[in-house]
Ligand binder design. Structure first.
Ligand code: AMP
Ligand code: ZN
Length: 446
């Protein structure tokens, strides 16, 4: 039996959680942004880092006349955060802090992010708004399958779901059989999961003989925290029988809830009442032409403990042109191509791991896990793509496997313009990760 919540799946795209903040005009939005930016500029002057910089640059908050003046400020980088670790960006006394998270540190030393009570509340509201937008409602059971603890995906979604009034199961990451059991026992209808874990959970469900389309009550999946392709979205939607909404965030800006997809599934609305967005060319640092890809730069507009000005996220995306049919004024971000640090160069060609994924996940014989290995032997770079095949393919004869191997290599060449070596490996044999997946192993750097 499907629950009543299933009936509300046909959510009207134009139902707003916070109408006054989602359905305002651009002029009203910009007025709000300017008011909030002025407060933020006053606040940052209290932090050792920005206070010092403002003195160095001869600036104070009253020297700014409008939103455009922000571009007079230099960017803030991860390196700055590290150099001022742990308290250099703090704008409030320590006794006003209620929470600390650290970024997952996949690209070097972690950084500490602090929250006041108000920051935690604002963050919960943003996630409640995001989840509501997709049709989640009281009466839904929400299972959070991401790590609790220092990673923001756990507690961030947890507080947001409770704020919205969902029955919230803090399942955490891993322990897959128990996850499936919880989904069955409590008719879980909404989940939050990272894409690589959603893929890894599929064979475990099949092994347990659970057909999610028939036996589970899933209808909405919030999937994010790492890059994934449209092909992976389709695989997850088809298998679980739910709609998948892309969710983007980073610890430096609270965590998840920075940008989120609406039911139109045409890009993620960036919550512009909380964040100012710029897209720059990472080389020249100049703004890119409207609609072009570049590095996203964010300024927080409401954070109290640790506001950041013009923070270079290293995430590559673009602002989608045009308005969203749902009527929200907040502009939409395209799917992230990846982080500029994830891009690798092989034989003179720049490649993002997600481009490899896009090709592989279009081939039905390819399983749900893969790994890209870069090697250098005798001064020649090699790219090896290890691909798990599905159980069914694995028992097939050698000739068919060779044909599959050639097809994968050909399709990858079509997308990447580089011909990698393709190794087909047994199902479930590649390393698994409960947190964000590590798709790329670059042995050239060792
Ligand atoms: P952390 O602060 O450690 O949780 O990591 C944040 C980073 O995860 C972002 O800067 C992105 O690189 C990545 N990320 C988060 N959500 C997404 C998403 N929906 N698509 C692609 N990358 C994402
Ligand atoms: Zn929309």
């Amino acid at each position: 039996m499907k629950s009543n919540a299933k009936a509300s799946a046909m959510t009207d795209n134009r139902q707003f959680c916070e109408e006054s903040l989602e359905a305002l005009t651009r002029t009203q939005l910009e007025e709000l942004q300017w008011t909030r930016l002025q407060k933020t500029l006053e606040r940052v002057a209290h932090s050792p880092f920005y206070g010092g910089r403002f003195r160095e640059w001869g600036l104070n908050s009253s020297g700014f006349q409008g939103l455009d003046d922000l571009s007079r400020l230099p960017f803030t980088t991860k390196k700055d955060l590290r150099s001022a670790y742990p308290y250099g960006f703090l704008c409030t006394p320590k006794d006003k802090l209620v929470r600390l998270h650290v970024s997952s540190g996949t690209t070097g030393q972690a950084t500490a992010i602090f929250y006041t009570q108000k920051d935690v509340e604002n963050w919960a509201n943003l996630l409640a708004r995001s989840m509501y937008m997709t049709g989640a409602r009281p009466g839904d059971t929400f299972q959070n399958l991401t790590g609790y603890g220092l990673f923001t995906g756990g507690l961030g979604f947890h507080y947001g779901a409770e704020r919205l009034g969902l029955l919230t199961i803090p399942a955490g990451a891993g322990n897959s059989k128990r996850q499936i059991q919880l989904m069955q026992d409590f008719s879980t209808s909404v989940i939050h999961i990272i894409p690589s874990y959603a893929l890894l959970l599929m064979p475990i469900m099949m092994e347990m003989g659970v057909d999610p389309r028939r036996e589970l009550n899933l209808r909405i999946g919030f999937v994010g925290a790492e890059p994934y392709s449209e092909e992976v979205r389709r695989r997850i939607e088809d298998f679980y029988g739910m709609r998948v909404y892309n969710s983007y965030g980073l610890s430096e800006m609270n965590g998840p809830g920075v940008a989120f997809e609406c039911p139109c599934q045409q890009g993620m609305h960036l919550w512009e009442d909380f964040y100012l967005v710029e897209i720059i060319d990472p080389q020249t640092l100049e703004p890119v032409p409207p609609g072009s890809y570049g590095e996203m730069v964010l300024t927080s507009l409401t954070r109290e403990a640790m506001p950041l000005l013009r923070y270079r996220t290293k995430d590559l995306t673009r602002i989608l042109p045009g308005e969203c049919p749902c009527g929200r004024v907040h502009r939409r971000l395209d799917r992230m191509q990846g982080r500029s640090d994830d891009m690798f160069i092989i034989k003179g060609v720049n490649i993002f791991p997600v481009q490899v994924e896009q090709v592989l996940m279009n081939i039905p014989e390819v399983g749900n896990n893969y790994q890209i290995l870069l090697r250098n032997e005798n001064n020649i770079d090699d790219m090896i793509v290890r691909v798990e095949v599905t159980d069914r393919v694995f028992v097939e004869d050698m000739r068919r496997l060779q044909t599959l191997q050639k097809k994968i290599a050909r399709d990858l060449r079509g997308e990447l313009l580089v011909t990698p070596q393709v190794e087909l490996v047994e199902p479930h044999s590649l390393p698994k990760n409960e947190g964000k997946a590590v798709r790329l192993v670059d042995e050239r750097k060792q």
